[in-house]
Design a protein around this ligand. Structure first.
Ligand code: ATP
Ligand code: MG
Length: 389
């Protein structure tokens, strides 16, 4: 008896998309994400993806763990594969589900016969397997509405499969199917969540981080890379452009009005990010901004900072409360890293009374005091790219 995984895809999502492309991409992503767990054969048949270990010593718990973070999958069935023979199917069900049948108090058997040449029809398979399992575990009650254990027998073209109670998948669409976007990644709670949410919509990410050495430390940089590493569990490979920002911040501090410091700084971030995005084939920028969270995240401030770029700026957490963002941060395991107390360049030289309702005209006038293009070019020339996977 071999244990394999049967993965079910998001059906509704498939309607408007090219199904073949969706499936191919998902298979490719799965190969990549399982490469460290072991060797697998992965293929798609009749809207189900088969993940079959090539050897017996593969850790299937680790495989399930990795697969549960791959977008595009609605549910994961840990299934036992067997020959298409009723005695063998029954024996497989008895062995493979023994502990779970013992632990449950109610159950039900469903059967699906994809191979129409199989001599028994689905209802007959259900009745035969159901009553035999009942005989073997007499404490069980049948509950057709809400069984604790929903046993499923699938008779497909090549083999039969036995599984019960699928595990929820990560949902969403396969990463890469909807292009790539650039994630402005700080060390905070919000931006990793924003990246996760857009990746879930089938978008691969390119990270951009601004650091201001020596105002921000080497440790703060490491923290950001640790967050990026955690995102790779969902997003796959992630490249992060590390942008030195000290010179720009010092120039703003030395020449511009204090109450506009943050706004002008953020406009520089957006300009540089747009350039990095275009160099890396990205079609949008992503930030972790949330409406009204801080002075630079009012509608007026977002208008002023967004005015320097032409790519769309995606702000998936814009309407969420901090508590809602934290729930996701915990789920994707970035929260504990995000709350480590290392400074971000946004907290260097922050004004005491930042403008909350800036006017674009005033900010542009203030910015004219700086050699904007030159500063942008210098920062871009000094970018270091780090690859995480
Ligand atoms: P986060 O929790 O993600 O740090 P925040 O609440 O601290 O967000 P801000 O510091 O104002 O908010 O930043 C808003 C957004 O700007 C961040 O979510 C991120 O997308 C971007 N950003 C801020 N600092 C940096 C940085 N050093 N490098 C890259 N992007 C940044
Ligand atoms: Mg921040």
């Amino acid at each position: 008896m071999r244990e394999i995984l049967l993965l079910k895809l998001g059906e509704i999502v498939l309607k408007g998309l090219n199904r073949g492309m969706f499936e191919q991409r998902l298979v490719k992503n799965l190969y990549w994400r399982l490469r460290e767990v072991g060797e697998f054969e992965i293929y798609c048949l009749q809207s189900t993806i088969y993940v079959e270990p090539k050897s017996e010593d593969v850790d299937m718990d680790a495989a399930v763990d990795a697969v549960s973070r791959v977008f595009g999958i609605v549910s994961i069935c840990r299934a036992a594969e067997c020959e298409k023979d009723m005695d063998i199917i029954l024996q497989t069900a008895k062995e493979f589900l023994y502990d779970r049948l013992e632990a449950a108090s109610t159950f039900k058997v469903d059967a699906k016969r994809a191979d129409k040449k199989f001599p028994l029809k689905s209802p007959q398979i259900m009745i035969e397997i159901g009553s035999a399992l009942h005989d073997a575990h007499p404490h069980l009650k049948v509950d057709v509405e809400k069984p604790e254990l929903r046993v499923k027998i699938e008779v497909r073209d090549h083999k039969a499969y036995v599984h019960a109670n699928p595990i929820p998948g990560a949902g969403g669409m396969p990463v890469g199917i909807n292009g790539k976007a650039a994630l402005l990644l700080s060390g905070g709670i919000d931006s990793p969540v924003a990246g996760y949410m857009i990746a879930k919509r089938g978008v691969s990410l390119h990270g951009i981080h601004f650091f201001s050495y020596p105002y921000t430390s080497e440790r703060a940089k490491k923290k950001v890379l640790e967050l990026a590493e955690k995102l790779t569990k969902y997003n796959g490979r992630l490249r992060v452009s590390m942008v030195p920002f000290t010179q720009i911040q010092e120039a703003i501090r030395d020449h511009c009005r204090e109450d506009m410091f943050t706004l002008i700084m953020r406009r520089f971030m957006m300009r540089i990010s747009e350039r990095v995005a275009r160099m890396n084939d990205c079609r949008a920028l992503i930030t972790g901004e949330s409406l009204g969270q801080v002075a630079s995240q009012t509608m007026e401030a977002m208008g002023v900072t967004g005015a320097v770029c032409t790519l769309p700026v995606l702000r998936p957490v814009v309407g969420m409360d901090k508590e809602e963002i934290v729930v996701i941060a915990r789920k994707i395991d970035t929260f504990e890293t995000s709350i480590q107390p290392y400074e971000d360049c946004c907290t260097v030289f922050t004004p005491k009374h930042p403008k909350t309702k800036p006017r674009l005209y005033d900010v542009e006038a203030e910015e004219k005091k700086l050699p904007v293009d030159e500063l942008v070019e210098e920062a871009i020339a000094a970018i270091e790219v780090i690859t995480l996977d």
